[in-house]
Design a protein around this ligand. Structure first.
Ligand code: NAP
Length: 293
């Protein structure tokens, strides 16, 4: 058996086109959806993520109010900027690119963002609303995973979904979404405290890897015919590349693809969906703030 490759790039493009269409309609009503992405410092991965987000904003026809601050920005100055953006009615969404430099407290920064503009869905108000099934900004990566499954028409109801990783931005919110009534999967979460992980991952109909280490999932850990979603993005040295590295996921892709029914590649799987869902959330924010939802 050889897995069907889930083309995250194409599905993300579909979502982005849908968003762009709605942006055109909003603009005709005089509403210009606008996102402020705040980047502090020069972390290369963060710079590349922010560039991707800015390109997507331009393509969707949304206003880009991004701010790039130097590495030595104080927490106080960052909080002041967030306060200004919170008050600025022309800004619908605010996203602070993580991780932040060590001298800035991420929790305080996330808490400072007005939940109504928190398009990353990281503020406790949005996390809490998600938890109890109320309207919330869904965190982009887990939401992207669910939309990938939906668009591929992969049955989730009654399936056993095993998620490797319990972070606040991927594993935990994905577990909530996958076990919602709408998606209706039975969920198991694995982490570094999990014993005999292969025994658990082998029971998965849908296996999501979000551990952040290459080769966390090997072929012997996957049930033949399982759907494998690889969220991991890891840079490994590669002297044949101009950049000196290449990106791999958390799964041993080639060998897992031999037995899975579906698999997401890295790059080109979940990554593009994250940006697409950010565009979706920014559109939602603009609609909410203009009384259209
Ligand atoms: P994180 O905060 O480092 O969390 C990783 C989680 O995986 C932790 O819960 C950790 O367990 C668990 N884990 C690590 N190694 C494990 C192992 N060998 N066995 C079982 N569990 C293990 O990472 P994250 O922010 O969730 O991100 C995870 C990966 O997804 C990273 O590669 C990141 O770059 C990628 N990512 C991609 C996107 C995208 O758009 N594609 C977005 C976000 C993140 P403990 O809790 O016990 O430490």
């Amino acid at each position: 058996m050889s897995a069907t490759i889930i083309d995250g790039k194409a599905i993300a493009q579909e979502v982005r086109s849908e968003v762009a269409q709605k942006v055109t309609e909003l603009k005709a009503k005089g509403i210009n959806p606008c996102l402020a992405v705040i980047l502090v410092g020069e972390n290369p991965a963060s710079v590349s993520y922010v560039t991707g987000k800015q390109k997507a904003l331009a393509e969707a026809g949304m206003t880009d109010r991004s701010v790039h601050l130097p590495e030595n920005t104080t927490e106080e100055d960052l909080l002041k900027l967030i306060d200004e953006l919170n008050k600025d009615k022309s800004v619908n969404g605010i996203l602070v690119q993580l991780p932040l430099p060590k001298h800035i407290n991420e929790d305080r920064v996330i808490m400072a963002i007005n939940p109504e503009k928190d398009v990353d869905g990281f503020h406790p108000v949005n996390v809490g609303n998600l938890m109890i099934g109320r309207k919330a900004f869904l965190p982009c990566t887990p939401h992207g995973v669910v939309v990938l499954l939906e668009k591929m028409k992969i049955e989730t109801s009654g399936k056993h979904c095993v998620i490797v990783g319990r972070s606040n931005i991927v594993g935990k919110p994905l577990a909530i979404l996958m076990s919602s009534r709408k998606v209706n999967s039975t969920v198991t979460i694995c982490h570094t405290g999990t014993k005999n992980m292969a025994e658990i991952t082998k029971q998965a109909d849908i296996l999501v890897a979000a551990a952040g280490h290459p080769s966390t999932i090997t072929k012997d850990m996957v049930k033949p015919g399982a759907v494998v979603i690889d969220v991991g993005v890891n840079r490994i040295p590669d002297s044949t590349k101009k950049s000196g590295f290449r990106l791999v996921g958390d799964c041993d892709y080639d060998e897992v693809a031999e037995i899975a029914s579906y698999i997401t590649p890295v790059p080109g799987g979940v990554g593009p969906m994250t940006i697409a869902m950010l565009m979706f959330n920014t559109l939602e924010a603009a609609m909410n703030q203009n009384g259209l939802n």
